[in-house]
Write a protein that binds this ligand. Structure first.
Ligand SMILES: [Zn+2]
Length: 133
């Protein structure tokens, strides 16, 4: 039976929040490490933007440029992930966390643990992919 307007309980949300905050901590550490690695491989200039680092690095085809490129990609992916976690926290605050925005049903806990920024349940996501939603 589907009840519309379901929500995760406050204690569940707290659990999610804790997990997300922990994840953010490790992701930002990872991103910082990558950023430091990229920064030290280029000239030590204060306030170099990621874009500048990227073009600097692209311009000089050093021996470890491939490695740098990979790190840069990982760093970007990390900060994107970090942003998605921030959005998930925001959703916890406004009370829309874990609720499918299409069918308004609760998104299973396992899915929210794996993808905290998910806004649709698997069913709706699949339907959308098939163009049925
Ligand atoms: Zn749904």
């Amino acid at each position: 039976m589907r009840t519309l307007g379901k929500k995760y309980t406050k204690s569940k949300l707290k659990k999610f929040q804790k997990q997300i905050v922990e994840k953010m901590g490790s992701v930002s550490e990872e991103v910082d490490t990558l950023r430091e690695g990229i920064g030290s491989a280029t000239n030590k200039q204060g306030g170099v933007t990621p874009d500048a680092i990227y073009s600097l690095h692209m311009a000089d085809a050093g021996t470890d440029s491939h490695e740098q490129e990979k790190n840069f990609m990982l760093m970007n992916r990390g900060s994107d992930y970090f942003k998605s976690l921030e959005i998930a926290l925001e959703r916890i605050r406004e009370g829309s966390f874990g609720i499918c925005k299409i069918c308004l049903d609760l998104i299973p806990e396992e899915r929210m643990m794996a993808v905290p920024s998910a806004t649709k349940c698997v069913d709706c996501k699949e339907k959308e992919k098939l163009g049925l939603a």
